[in-house]
Design a protein. Sequence first.
Length: 215
Amino acid sequence: MHDVNALDILTLEVGAYYVMDRGYLDFERLNKFNQVPAHFVTRAKSNTQYKRRYSHPIDKSTGLICDQTIVLTGFYARKDYPGALRRVKFRDEKTGKTLVFLTNNFTLPALTIAHLYRSRWQVELFFKWIKQHLRIKNFFGTSENAVKTQIWIAVSVYVLVAIMKRRFNLQESLYTILQILSVNVFEKTPFYQLVTERDYNAETSSPGKQLNLFD
C-alpha cells in the first residue's frame, strides 16, 4: 500500500512528535493530529498553495531562511486542513539543499524543527543499512515481535562476523564473508578455513626449537 495509508492504521499518542517525508503529505489525515493532539513535521511539496499570515524573526546564520505562519489556499487543501500551519525554510550547509518543512507545532524553535527532520534521516540511513547488509529478503512472521526478533538475530550475526573479521585480520569484505557463510551454513568447516581456504592452526602454530636430549 502507499505510504500515506499507514497514517490510517497508526495509533497517535498525545503530545508525540511524528516526523515524515513528503510521501505522507495528506492534509485531511494530518488534520487528525490536531484532534489528538499530536505534533507532526513533514516536507512541503513545491506546488503547495498557501498564504502567509506572519513572519517570525530568525537567525539566518543558523541556516534558517524563514519561519512563517501560513494558511492553505488550495480548494481541497483548505477544506481538508482549515487551520494554520507553520512553514520553516532551511538550508543545510552539509548538503547544500534547501528544505521546506510544515508542522502544526508553533512553540519549538524553528531550528529544532529542522533538526527533528534531520534525526528522521538517521532512521532512514539505518533502514538502508539493514537492506544492504543484513540480507533480510523475507520476514518469517508479520507480528511486531516476529519482525523485531528476526532483525535482532540478523544484527547479532552481522556483529559476530565483524568481530571474527577483525580477530583474524581478514581482507575479505563483510559482504563477501556473509555470502560465503550463507551457502555453507551446514558445513562443519572452521570459520577461518571456510573464508580463506587456509588452515588457521597451521599458520599460527610454529614448531619452535626442540631440545636435543644428547646436546
